[in-house]
Every structure is written in structure tokens, then in C-alpha cells.
Write a protein of this length. Structure first.
Length: 389
């Protein structure tokens, strides 16, 4: 991630060539840097490289910043007002915005006083470009991690104000740490996902720590009025959003009683009870044999390890038994022109999952891969699977 903002206009020179930097702006820049590091991003910043004006090589600035813009995944432009209430002059940041756009990068513009008459027409309308998002300065700094995290995940659309009372989502690749922290949860937590508040009960795996649902939702296409089967529903997040994205009816199953209760709770919160059912079931055993579905949703556990309790079963699948049976269920349950949407990870046996899909006579119509969104992170794989005939 390349973070840019006012530089020379925020510098002050004192005696003996000592250099100062606007303290308010510096604290905000450092807040963004901390958020990037917390989320596991790789940070490049002229403010850091040039020690806020204490040390820099003027002739290296242009080629260095051009290279950063070319190779970054996201450029964040910080455009505050100065102490007089006017936009900072920051020619370099505007050039960097143009470079990032020209290289096809995602751009997040954090701006203060966007509609002031001193702002350029270009900045007022920059979010007309598809990969440019604009967020108000004060909204962004309510919780800088949230909009940055949304950009890491490639989520499109407006960047909402973080909802009061919601637990901040996090990223980690250590399942033991996640399970240990979830085991300490004693009350219902609220998680903001795509601008909707999801309730998560104790004993249920939480989207607080998992961003794979987001990746599935980025890639799926839910046909209007589709009949949906959610295999391993957890908190109910996938089935819920599949209905909100146009689905007609939902059957959700999970072998964890707390997950079934949680799914029912969230469906009720959104007034979807009359279009949905949730069953406690080992894979699809509780679903009537004659039922067929237009969409099947599956996110099997990644790790082949013993699962000592239902909560651990959301991460661990000993011998990949659940994954094997679930893929067989897809072949049985999917309607003739249906689709199964599956997300898995290179932390698990991707080759085995692919072979299981093909062995069942299913066809992989579309495959998408998401690069790690944090240092040491994992690769997510999205499968769009059909019956193959």
C-alpha cells in the first residue's frame, strides 16, 4: 500500500536548517501507517522514507514514487485542510493519484472539505472512476482500519461509517489463536459486514476473523428467486446475503446447534423467516431427498486436524470427511442448471478439493484466486461449479 499526502507544504524550516512538520497532519499520517501495519499490509510512504523532510534525495523522488505507484495494490491519498481551513497545496499527491489511476490501481481518497470552492472540479468528481473511492476525512478517522480493510478485500461501493457497537473485524491466519479467542466469548457480538450488522453467538465461528465470505460474495451471481442450500451455515452470513442479493428461498444446515440457532437469529433480524429454514444436520441429512437447489454454498474447513468440539469443526475437518461428503451432496442436490459456489484456501488441500469436484462429474465453470491480503496470509480460491452437462 502506497500512502501519500501533503509534504513540502506541511514542512517548516527553523534555525540551522532544522525541519519541522505539521504535528496534526503527522499524527494522522502515522495513524494510517499503524492501521496498514495492523492489517498486515506492506507500506511505502515518502513521509517515512524521507523522515518527514529531515532526510531526502530530491532527484530520487520522482522515479521512486512512480515505481511505488506502479507496483502497489492500493494508493491512499490523504488530502486534509491546513490550519487556515484551506486545502493543502500538494502537487505531488495529485500526480501520484494520476499515476495510480493510469496504472489501473485502486485509489482511496481521504479528503477534508471536499465540496469547498477551493477544491478542484476533478477532486469533486474523481469517484466517477470505477476504482476510485472517496471517503470523508472525519468518517475515515472514526476507525481508519475499516475502510482500509474493505479496500484490502477489494469490496466495491461506498465506504460506510463504522457502526456503533460493532466489533472491529481482524485478520489472522492462525486457527488456534482464533479458536482460543472465540472460546472466551460469553455474549453476542455484532459484526458489520457489507454495511449490515450480523449477530454472532458464543460457540459460533465469526466473520470477525474470517473474510472468506466476503470473497465468495464478491464472486457469486445469485439468480433471481433461486433456491439456495447453505452447507455448514455457521452464523448464517452466506445464506442471509444470498437472499438479500436476490435469492428466493434458503435451506441452511450445520451440525453445530449454536450455529443453527445463530442462523435463525440473523434471518429473523432481517425478516427472512418466511423464506428460510435452518436445520441441525450432518451435511444434508435433514434435507428431504427430493429437494433440489439452484445455488449451493460451501466453505469447507481448511485444516485436516482433529476437531474436539463443534466450534473447532469450523476450522478443522479430520480426514476431510465433511468436504468429501459435502461435494457428493452438491452432485445430488444441485438442480440441472444450478451452480455451487465454493471458497477454499491454500492452507488446505486445494488439489484434493479439485479432484473431488471432478470425480463427482462436476465441472468448474469459473475459478478465481485472491492473493493474500496480509503479510503471511493465505490464498483464497473461488470455484463456480456446475453439473457439467
Amino acid at each position: 500500500m502506497f500512502v501519500g499526502g501533503p509534504f513540502s507544504a506541511a514542512m517548516t524550516c527553523g534555525g540551522s536548517d532544522s525541519v519541522g512538520f505539521d504535528a496534526r497532519l503527522r499524527s494522522r499520517i502515522e495513524e494510517v501507517h499503524s492501521a496498514v501495519k495492523y492489517l498486515g499490509g506492506q507500506l511505502v510512504s515518502a513521509h517515512l522514507a524521507d523522515c518527514y523532510g529531515q532526510e531526502f534525495d530530491e532527484q530520487m523522488i520522482v522515479p521512486r514514487d512512480k515505481a511505488w505507484a506502479k507496483h502497489c495494490d492500493l494508493f491512499v491519498a490523504l488530502l486534509p485542510l491546513d490550519q487556515s481551513g484551506k486545502p493543502y497545496r500538494t502537487d505531488g499527491t495529485h500526480i501520484e493519484i494520476g499515476l495510480a489511476i493510469a496504472y489501473g490501481k485502486r485509489v482511496l481518497v481521504v479528503i477534508e472539505g471536499r465540496h469547498l470552492p477551493q477544491q478542484s472540479y476533478f477532486l469533486r468528481n474523481i469517484d466517477r472512476l470505477p476504482d476510485v473511492h472517496v471517503v470523508d476525512w472525519s468518517v475515515f478517522f472514526d476507525n481508519a482500519r475499516l475502510p482500509l480493510e474493505m479496500e484490502f478485500l477489494g469490496i466495491q461501493g461506498d465506504l460506510p461509517r463504522p457502526r456503533a457497537g460493532c466489533v472491529c473485524r481482524e485478520q489472522t491466519t492462525d486457527p488456534e489463536e482464533v479458536l482460543a479467542r472465540l472460546a472466551l466469548q460469553t455474549s453476542t457480538e455484532s459484526i458489520d459486514v457489507r454495511g449490515r450488522v450480523i449477530q454472532v453467538l458464543p460457540g459460533v465461528f465469526s466473520p470477525r476473523f474470517s473474510h472468506s465470505p466476503d470473497y465468495m460474495m464478491q464472486n457469486w451471481v445469485i439468480p433471481s428467486s433461486a433456491r439456495i442450500l447453505d452447507l455448514g451455515c455457521g452464523s448464517g452470513i452466506l445464506g442471509l446475503f444470498a437472499l438479500l442479493d436476490g435469492g428466493g428461498s434458503l435451506v441452511a444446515v450445520d451440525n453445530n446447534p449454536a450455529a443453527v440457532e445463530n442462523t435463525r437469529l440473523n434471518l429473523a433480524e432481517f425478516g427472512l423467516n418466511d423464506r428460510s429454514k435452518a436445520f441441525e444436520s450432518d451435511v444434508d441429512g435433514a434435507v428431504p431427498d427430493s429437494d433440489r437447489f439452484d445455488v449451493v454454498l460451501l466453505m469447507p474447513p481448511y485444516w485436516d486436524r482433529p476437531a474436539p468440539n463443534p466450534l473447532a469443526g469450523a476450522c478443522y475437518d479430520p480426514g476431510y470427511r465433511f468436504m468429501r461428503v459435502a461435494v457428493e451432496a452438491i452432485q445430488r442436490r444441485m438442480a440441472r442448471k444450478g451452480h455451487a459456489f465454493i471458497v477454499f484456501s491454500d492452507q488446505g488441500d486445494v488439489g484434493l478439493l479439485t479432484r473431488l469436484i471432478l470425480t463427482q462429474g462436476l465441472r468448474i465453470d469459473r475459478l478465481s484466486v485472491q492473493r493474500p491480503t496480509m503479510l503471511g496470509g493465505h490464498v483464497r480460491v473461488f470455484y463456480d461449479v456446475t453439473l457439467g452437462h
